[in-house]
Design a protein around this ligand. Sequence first.
Ligand SMILES: *Cc1c(COP(=O)(O)O)cnc(C)c1O
Length: 371
Amino acid sequence: MNKSIAIRRVRPEARRAIPTDTSKLGFGRIFSDHFFATEFDRQNGWHMTRIEPMRPLQIDAAAICLHYGQEVFEGLKAYRGKDDGIYLFRWQKNAERLRNSCRRLMMETVDEEFFGRAVKTLVLLEQEWIPKDPSCSLYIRPTLIATDPFLGVRPGDEYAFYIIVGPAGAYYPEGFNPVRIWVSSEDVRAVRGGLGEAKTAANYAHSLCAQHKAKSLGYTQVLWLDAIEHKWVEEVGTMNIFFVIDDEVITPPLTGTILPGVTRDSVLAICSRWGLKVTQRPISIDEVIDQASSGKLTEVFGTGTAAVISPVGVLSYKGKELVIGKNETGPLAKRLYHYLTRLQHGEEEDVFGWVERIDHLDIEQLAAWNG
Ligand SMILES: *Cc1c(COP(=O)(O)O)cnc(C)c1O
């Protein structure tokens, strides 16, 4: 086992250009100069732990992850504050969720200390890549895969854990406007007892068909209903979902089929602290339609690391469009968005203990493993 991080820096002439126009950053296309990687086998535990210049991975064409889908991932961000501080938000929750996803897919995993040290060391090394624009961030994508070359069906014995990072632009380049969502009445995302609560590639591969239908009909994402009764609201594409009915904030409970979002958890805690009535309970699509018609449903919004808060203006269900809150961004969505982004950039008092400032940390010290 060697969890000290050996750092090999990119040659100066091979460095990539850091984009200066943050309006063109978008999401998920640009990556920094280095990545973190470590490898596991039964004999050595995690070893070959390093940060090195970005390059294509080398894995065997027979690697288990490529054939039977043993892959899990995470998504979090590093933020640059107005004070020039570098901030992480609740990264321990991502470490915990990664462990849970690994457990569900029978994969070897990494502990919180190792995960945190890997993220921090890489972010600090790549700190010039964190955009200074307060609506932007550095997106961090930890990924864990089974790598042993074997075509029999069994859990892997060899794994790779790696982390790539890249600047992410404003999610709302044209402003914070509501999105149009298509409710899937046939395709489902996850069934009870399935993979729904794991952050794993299979859930996304599986969602592409319905996502394609939604896009072709002019909607941005799919709202999933439960797989058994096709009745209970679950979540939206890459986000959890919230409803405001009669000033009560409602979100479906975590029953194993939806992804336990860090943003979801944060929004629940913030709303409680603000003195709002917050309820986790099953909510049916029929109730959503009834409450919208009666005017009691005033806001619908999605929550996730990428968009933070995404107001929903239109829901389309079985060919009928339901307009929510006059298709305008509601007051709670606005308030949450501003509060959360300010908190993440170190501009709000951290009353929850969720924010960690890391720019004072020493890279060499972080890289050393004292286990
Ligand atoms: C990652 C993800 C979310 C949001 O989780 P956050 O931790 O808030 O970013 C919601 N739904 C799905 C399917 C996801 O993969």
